[in-house]
Design a protein around this ligand. Sequence first.
Ligand code: XIL
Length: 373
Amino acid sequence: MHLSSLLLSALPLTLASPTPGGGKGPEKYDKGLNFYAKQAGLKYFGAATDTPGFRERAPYPQSYKQYDQIMWKSGEFGQTTPTNGQKWLFTEPQQGVFNYTEGNVVSSLARKHGKYLRCHALVWHSQLAPWVEAKQDWTKQQLRDIIVSHVTKVAGAWKGQCYAWDVVNEALNEDGTYRESLFYKILGEEYITLAFKTAAKVDPFAKLYYNDYNLEWPSAKTAGAQRIVRLLQKNRIRIDGVGLQAHLIAEDHPTLDQHIDAIQGFAKLGVEVALTELDIRLQTPANATNLALQKEAYKNAVGACVQVKGCIGVTIWDFYDPFSWVPDVFPGEGAPLLWAEDFSKKPAYYGVIEALTNKTTPAKPGKPGFWPW
Ligand code: XIL
Protein backbone atom coordinates (compact mmCIF):
# COMPACT_ATOMS: atom_id res chain seq x y z
CA MET A 1 0.00 0.00 0.00
CA HIS A 2 1.26 3.46 -0.80
CA LEU A 3 2.24 5.56 2.17
CA SER A 4 -0.13 8.36 1.23
CA SER A 5 -3.14 6.06 1.51
CA LEU A 6 -1.89 4.90 4.88
CA LEU A 7 -1.59 8.50 5.88
CA LEU A 8 -5.11 9.19 4.74
CA SER A 9 -6.37 6.46 7.00
CA ALA A 10 -4.26 7.83 9.87
CA LEU A 11 -5.18 11.45 9.36
CA PRO A 12 -8.75 11.49 10.68
CA LEU A 13 -7.35 10.26 13.99
CA THR A 14 -4.97 13.19 14.03
CA LEU A 15 -7.50 15.76 12.97
CA ALA A 16 -10.07 14.58 15.45
CA SER A 17 -7.79 15.05 18.46
CA PRO A 18 -8.09 18.51 19.99
CA THR A 19 -5.23 20.78 19.03
CA PRO A 20 -3.46 22.43 21.95
CA GLY A 21 -3.84 26.18 21.92
CA GLY A 22 -7.52 25.98 21.08
CA GLY A 23 -7.18 25.63 17.32
CA LYS A 24 -9.68 23.72 15.30
CA GLY A 25 -7.09 21.48 13.68
CA PRO A 26 -3.60 21.42 12.30
CA GLU A 27 -4.64 23.36 9.19
CA LYS A 28 -4.85 26.41 11.42
CA TYR A 29 -1.09 26.23 11.84
CA ASP A 30 0.13 27.03 8.37
CA LYS A 31 2.97 29.46 8.98
CA GLY A 32 5.76 26.88 9.08
CA LEU A 33 7.64 25.13 11.86
CA ASN A 34 10.28 27.82 12.22
CA PHE A 35 7.64 30.46 12.83
CA TYR A 36 6.11 28.52 15.71
CA ALA A 37 9.53 27.56 17.06
CA LYS A 38 10.50 31.21 17.32
CA GLN A 39 7.18 32.06 18.88
CA ALA A 40 7.91 29.37 21.48
CA GLY A 41 11.26 30.98 22.31
CA LEU A 42 13.63 28.85 20.22
CA LYS A 43 16.16 30.38 17.85
CA TYR A 44 15.21 28.09 15.00
CA PHE A 45 13.61 24.93 13.74
CA GLY A 46 15.86 23.57 11.02
CA ALA A 47 16.53 20.69 8.67
CA ALA A 48 19.83 19.26 7.53
CA THR A 49 20.22 18.88 3.80
CA ASP A 50 22.67 17.44 1.35
CA THR A 51 24.08 18.37 -2.01
CA PRO A 52 22.00 17.04 -4.92
CA GLY A 53 24.66 14.46 -5.80
CA PHE A 54 23.76 12.56 -2.65
CA ARG A 55 20.03 12.45 -3.34
CA GLU A 56 19.93 9.50 -5.60
CA ARG A 57 16.75 7.90 -4.35
CA ALA A 58 14.35 10.70 -5.28
CA PRO A 59 11.18 8.94 -6.41
CA TYR A 60 9.78 11.57 -8.75
CA PRO A 61 11.42 13.84 -11.30
CA GLN A 62 9.75 16.86 -9.73
CA SER A 63 11.11 16.03 -6.27
CA TYR A 64 13.92 18.52 -6.27
CA LYS A 65 11.62 21.35 -7.14
CA GLN A 66 9.13 20.52 -4.40
CA TYR A 67 11.97 19.66 -2.07
CA ASP A 68 13.76 22.94 -2.63
CA GLN A 69 10.55 24.89 -2.22
CA ILE A 70 9.97 23.40 1.25
CA MET A 71 13.63 23.48 2.23
CA TRP A 72 14.47 27.03 1.24
CA LYS A 73 11.39 29.01 0.39
CA SER A 74 8.73 28.05 2.91
CA GLY A 75 8.56 29.19 6.53
CA GLU A 76 9.29 25.68 7.75
CA PHE A 77 13.01 26.00 8.43
CA GLY A 78 15.17 28.77 9.80
CA GLN A 79 18.37 26.74 9.94
CA THR A 80 20.26 24.07 8.08
CA THR A 81 23.26 21.76 8.48
CA PRO A 82 25.20 20.20 5.60
CA THR A 83 24.61 16.47 6.07
CA ASN A 84 27.97 15.44 4.65
CA GLY A 85 29.92 18.15 2.86
CA GLN A 86 31.96 19.51 5.77
CA LYS A 87 33.19 16.14 6.99
CA TRP A 88 36.89 15.26 6.92
CA LEU A 89 36.45 12.83 4.03
CA PHE A 90 35.36 15.68 1.79
CA THR A 91 37.26 18.62 3.25
CA GLU A 92 40.74 17.06 3.51
CA PRO A 93 40.65 13.95 1.30
CA GLN A 94 44.43 13.87 1.16
CA GLN A 95 46.80 15.25 3.72
CA GLY A 96 47.10 18.99 3.25
CA VAL A 97 44.70 19.01 0.27
CA PHE A 98 41.55 20.90 1.20
CA ASN A 99 38.28 20.98 -0.70
CA TYR A 100 35.25 22.96 0.40
CA THR A 101 33.10 22.44 -2.70
CA GLU A 102 30.52 20.07 -1.22
CA GLY A 103 30.11 22.02 2.01
CA ASN A 104 29.88 25.31 0.15
CA VAL A 105 26.84 24.14 -1.81
CA VAL A 106 24.77 24.07 1.37
CA SER A 107 26.41 26.99 3.18
CA SER A 108 25.88 29.34 0.23
CA LEU A 109 22.23 28.31 -0.07
CA ALA A 110 21.85 28.94 3.66
CA ARG A 111 23.30 32.40 3.24
CA LYS A 112 21.19 33.16 0.17
CA HIS A 113 17.98 32.18 1.95
CA GLY A 114 18.88 33.68 5.32
CA LYS A 115 19.07 30.48 7.36
CA TYR A 116 21.24 29.87 10.38
CA LEU A 117 24.01 27.42 9.54
CA ARG A 118 25.16 24.72 11.93
CA CYS A 119 28.51 23.40 10.79
CA HIS A 120 29.28 19.69 11.11
CA ALA A 121 31.75 18.06 12.03
CA LEU A 122 35.44 18.80 12.63
CA VAL A 123 36.85 15.79 14.49
CA TRP A 124 35.03 12.48 14.16
CA HIS A 125 36.16 8.87 13.82
CA SER A 126 33.63 8.19 11.06
CA GLN A 127 33.70 9.49 7.47
CA LEU A 128 37.30 10.27 8.20
CA ALA A 129 39.66 10.54 5.21
CA PRO A 130 41.33 7.14 4.72
CA TRP A 131 44.82 8.65 4.88
CA VAL A 132 44.35 9.50 8.55
CA GLU A 133 43.61 5.91 9.50
CA ALA A 134 45.98 4.35 6.99
CA LYS A 135 48.73 5.00 9.50
CA GLN A 136 47.94 3.79 13.00
CA ASP A 137 51.30 4.78 14.46
CA TRP A 138 51.35 8.54 14.08
CA THR A 139 53.45 10.03 16.83
CA LYS A 140 51.56 12.21 19.29
CA GLN A 141 53.09 15.31 17.76
CA GLN A 142 52.21 14.27 14.21
CA LEU A 143 48.58 13.70 15.16
CA ARG A 144 48.40 16.97 17.08
CA ASP A 145 49.66 18.77 13.98
CA ILE A 146 47.11 16.95 11.81
CA ILE A 147 44.22 17.98 14.08
CA VAL A 148 45.39 21.58 14.40
CA SER A 149 45.86 21.88 10.65
CA HIS A 150 42.48 20.34 9.84
CA VAL A 151 40.51 22.39 12.35
CA THR A 152 42.34 25.59 11.47
CA LYS A 153 41.72 25.23 7.74
CA VAL A 154 38.17 23.92 7.81
CA ALA A 155 36.81 26.16 10.58
CA GLY A 156 38.71 28.99 8.87
CA ALA A 157 37.01 28.28 5.54
CA TRP A 158 33.58 28.91 7.08
CA LYS A 159 34.69 31.54 9.58
CA GLY A 160 31.87 33.93 10.44
CA GLN A 161 29.23 31.79 8.71
CA CYS A 162 28.51 29.15 11.33
CA TYR A 163 26.10 29.73 14.16
CA ALA A 164 27.72 26.65 15.69
CA TRP A 165 30.38 24.06 14.95
CA ASP A 166 30.21 20.44 16.04
CA VAL A 167 33.86 20.41 17.06
CA VAL A 168 34.03 16.83 18.31
CA ASN A 169 31.45 14.25 17.29
CA GLU A 170 30.67 10.91 18.95
CA ALA A 171 33.67 10.52 21.26
CA LEU A 172 31.83 8.25 23.69
CA ASN A 173 30.85 4.62 24.08
CA GLU A 174 27.43 3.73 25.44
CA ASP A 175 28.88 3.17 28.94
CA GLY A 176 30.29 6.68 29.02
CA THR A 177 33.92 5.68 28.47
CA TYR A 178 35.85 7.11 25.56
CA ARG A 179 35.54 5.45 22.18
CA GLU A 180 38.82 3.85 21.12
CA SER A 181 39.19 5.93 17.97
CA LEU A 182 42.55 6.55 16.38
CA PHE A 183 42.49 10.00 17.96
CA TYR A 184 41.85 8.63 21.43
CA LYS A 185 44.31 5.75 21.12
CA ILE A 186 47.16 8.09 20.30
CA LEU A 187 46.32 11.25 22.23
CA GLY A 188 43.80 10.29 24.90
CA GLU A 189 41.36 13.04 25.82
CA GLU A 190 43.90 15.63 24.75
CA TYR A 191 42.50 15.33 21.22
CA ILE A 192 39.25 16.81 22.50
CA THR A 193 40.82 19.73 24.32
CA LEU A 194 43.09 20.39 21.34
CA ALA A 195 40.21 20.44 18.85
CA PHE A 196 38.17 22.88 20.95
CA LYS A 197 41.15 25.07 21.76
CA THR A 198 42.00 25.35 18.07
CA ALA A 199 38.41 26.00 16.96
CA ALA A 200 38.04 28.73 19.59
CA LYS A 201 41.11 30.46 18.24
CA VAL A 202 39.98 30.24 14.61
CA ASP A 203 36.34 31.28 14.93
CA PRO A 204 35.57 33.36 18.00
CA PHE A 205 31.91 33.75 17.05
CA ALA A 206 30.82 30.20 16.28
CA LYS A 207 29.34 28.36 19.26
CA LEU A 208 31.47 25.31 19.91
CA TYR A 209 29.56 22.09 20.51
CA TYR A 210 30.21 18.54 21.60
CA ASN A 211 27.73 16.38 19.63
CA ASP A 212 26.68 12.75 20.19
CA TYR A 213 23.78 10.28 19.97
CA ASN A 214 21.87 8.52 22.76
CA LEU A 215 22.11 11.55 25.02
CA GLU A 216 18.34 12.03 25.04
CA TRP A 217 17.71 10.37 28.35
CA PRO A 218 19.91 10.28 31.45
CA SER A 219 22.47 7.46 31.31
CA ALA A 220 26.15 6.63 31.74
CA LYS A 221 26.63 8.21 28.33
CA THR A 222 25.05 11.53 29.34
CA ALA A 223 27.33 11.46 32.38
CA GLY A 224 30.26 10.95 29.98
CA ALA A 225 29.24 13.94 27.91
CA GLN A 226 28.92 16.05 31.06
CA ARG A 227 32.45 14.95 31.96
CA ILE A 228 33.66 16.27 28.59
CA VAL A 229 31.97 19.63 29.24
CA ARG A 230 33.62 19.86 32.67
CA LEU A 231 36.99 18.79 31.30
CA LEU A 232 36.96 21.72 28.90
CA GLN A 233 35.62 24.18 31.46
CA LYS A 234 38.24 23.10 34.01
CA ASN A 235 40.94 23.78 31.44
CA ARG A 236 39.42 27.18 30.58
CA ILE A 237 38.71 26.03 27.04
CA ARG A 238 35.54 27.32 25.45
CA ILE A 239 32.63 24.95 24.99
CA ASP A 240 29.26 26.57 24.36
CA GLY A 241 26.91 23.72 23.70
CA VAL A 242 26.05 20.07 23.66
CA GLY A 243 24.26 18.65 20.63
CA LEU A 244 21.87 15.80 21.26
CA GLN A 245 21.69 14.09 17.88
CA ALA A 246 18.35 12.48 18.76
CA HIS A 247 18.28 9.58 16.32
CA LEU A 248 15.29 7.98 18.03
CA ILE A 249 12.99 4.99 17.58
CA ALA A 250 9.20 5.42 17.33
CA GLU A 251 8.40 2.14 19.05
CA ASP A 252 10.70 2.79 22.02
CA HIS A 253 11.10 6.49 22.67
CA PRO A 254 11.92 8.68 25.68
CA THR A 255 9.12 10.29 27.65
CA LEU A 256 8.82 14.05 27.86
CA ASP A 257 10.25 13.94 31.40
CA GLN A 258 13.24 11.85 30.38
CA HIS A 259 14.04 14.33 27.62
CA ILE A 260 13.67 17.21 30.05
CA ASP A 261 15.98 15.59 32.61
CA ALA A 262 18.65 14.91 30.01
CA ILE A 263 18.57 18.45 28.63
CA GLN A 264 18.61 19.96 32.12
CA GLY A 265 21.65 17.87 33.03
CA PHE A 266 23.62 19.79 30.42
CA ALA A 267 21.97 23.16 30.85
CA LYS A 268 22.97 23.09 34.53
CA LEU A 269 26.61 23.09 33.46
CA GLY A 270 26.07 26.44 31.77
CA VAL A 271 26.14 25.25 28.18
CA GLU A 272 23.32 25.51 25.69
CA VAL A 273 21.66 22.45 24.22
CA ALA A 274 20.25 21.74 20.77
CA LEU A 275 18.63 18.72 19.19
CA THR A 276 20.94 18.48 16.21
CA GLU A 277 19.96 15.48 14.08
CA LEU A 278 16.44 14.57 15.13
CA ASP A 279 14.81 11.71 13.27
CA ILE A 280 12.52 9.00 14.61
CA ARG A 281 12.62 5.79 12.65
CA LEU A 282 9.97 3.11 12.61
CA GLN A 283 9.72 -0.50 11.53
CA THR A 284 8.63 -0.25 7.92
CA PRO A 285 6.08 -0.28 6.47
CA ALA A 286 4.50 2.70 8.13
CA ASN A 287 1.00 2.14 9.48
CA ALA A 288 -1.44 4.09 11.61
CA THR A 289 -0.01 2.60 14.83
CA ASN A 290 3.67 3.31 14.29
CA LEU A 291 2.93 6.73 12.77
CA ALA A 292 1.01 7.61 15.92
CA LEU A 293 3.94 6.49 18.08
CA GLN A 294 6.26 8.54 15.91
CA LYS A 295 4.04 11.58 16.37
CA GLU A 296 4.13 11.18 20.14
CA ALA A 297 7.91 10.73 20.09
CA TYR A 298 8.41 13.93 18.08
CA LYS A 299 6.08 15.79 20.37
CA ASN A 300 8.06 14.70 23.44
CA ALA A 301 11.45 15.59 21.99
CA VAL A 302 10.48 19.00 20.64
CA GLY A 303 8.26 19.73 23.65
CA ALA A 304 11.18 19.16 26.01
CA CYS A 305 13.36 21.54 24.04
CA VAL A 306 10.64 24.18 24.21
CA GLN A 307 10.20 23.71 27.94
CA VAL A 308 13.80 23.72 29.13
CA LYS A 309 15.62 26.97 29.42
CA GLY A 310 18.88 26.50 27.57
CA CYS A 311 17.60 24.34 24.71
CA ILE A 312 17.90 26.71 21.79
CA GLY A 313 16.82 24.88 18.66
CA VAL A 314 15.88 21.71 16.86
CA THR A 315 17.31 20.34 13.63
CA ILE A 316 15.79 17.36 11.87
CA TRP A 317 18.17 15.20 9.84
CA ASP A 318 16.64 16.11 6.45
CA PHE A 319 12.86 16.47 6.30
CA TYR A 320 11.83 14.22 3.42
CA ASP A 321 11.64 10.46 4.05
CA PRO A 322 13.17 9.33 0.74
CA PHE A 323 16.34 11.30 1.51
CA SER A 324 16.86 9.86 4.98
CA TRP A 325 20.03 7.94 5.82
CA VAL A 326 18.07 5.49 8.00
CA PRO A 327 17.16 2.67 5.54
CA ASP A 328 20.81 2.40 4.46
CA VAL A 329 22.03 1.92 7.99
CA PHE A 330 19.14 0.24 9.83
CA PRO A 331 17.67 -2.54 7.67
CA GLY A 332 13.90 -2.82 8.03
CA GLU A 333 13.56 0.65 9.48
CA GLY A 334 12.80 3.97 7.83
CA ALA A 335 10.29 6.76 7.30
CA PRO A 336 11.81 8.77 10.17
CA LEU A 337 11.04 12.32 9.03
CA LEU A 338 8.13 14.73 8.79
CA TRP A 339 7.30 14.66 5.07
CA ALA A 340 6.27 11.45 3.29
CA GLU A 341 7.35 10.33 -0.14
CA ASP A 342 4.50 12.24 -1.84
CA PHE A 343 5.41 15.39 0.11
CA SER A 344 2.38 15.15 2.35
CA LYS A 345 2.94 16.11 5.98
CA LYS A 346 2.89 13.10 8.27
CA PRO A 347 1.14 12.90 11.66
CA ALA A 348 4.55 13.57 13.22
CA TYR A 349 4.54 17.03 11.64
CA TYR A 350 1.45 17.87 13.68
CA GLY A 351 3.10 16.40 16.76
CA VAL A 352 5.84 18.98 16.31
CA ILE A 353 3.26 21.73 15.78
CA GLU A 354 1.51 20.69 18.99
CA ALA A 355 4.80 20.79 20.90
CA LEU A 356 5.62 24.22 19.53
CA THR A 357 2.22 25.77 20.10
CA ASN A 358 1.13 24.49 23.47
CA LYS A 359 3.06 27.17 25.29
CA THR A 360 1.96 30.73 24.82
CA THR A 361 4.64 32.31 27.01
CA PRO A 362 8.22 31.66 25.97
CA ALA A 363 10.01 30.05 28.90
CA LYS A 364 13.50 31.16 28.08
CA PRO A 365 15.51 34.33 27.91
CA GLY A 366 17.34 35.05 24.67
CA LYS A 367 20.79 33.96 25.65
CA PRO A 368 21.20 30.95 27.89
CA GLY A 369 24.36 29.87 29.61
CA PHE A 370 27.00 31.49 31.74
CA TRP A 371 30.72 31.15 32.15
CA PRO A 372 31.65 29.43 35.36
CA TRP A 373 34.77 31.59 35.75
C1 XIL B 1 25.05 10.44 8.09
C2 XIL B 1 24.53 10.98 6.78
O1 XIL B 1 23.17 11.34 6.92
C3 XIL B 1 24.69 9.95 5.68
O2 XIL B 1 24.36 10.51 4.42
C4 XIL B 1 26.12 9.45 5.65
O3 XIL B 1 26.26 8.42 4.69
C5 XIL B 1 26.54 8.95 7.01
O4 XIL B 1 26.36 9.97 7.96
N1 XIL B 1 25.64 10.97 13.15
C6 XIL B 1 26.17 12.07 12.54
C7 XIL B 1 25.86 12.36 11.13
O5 XIL B 1 26.82 12.89 13.21
O6 XIL B 1 26.90 13.00 10.46
C8 XIL B 1 25.47 11.10 10.38
O7 XIL B 1 25.04 11.47 9.06
C9 XIL B 1 24.39 10.36 11.13
C10 XIL B 1 24.88 9.95 12.49
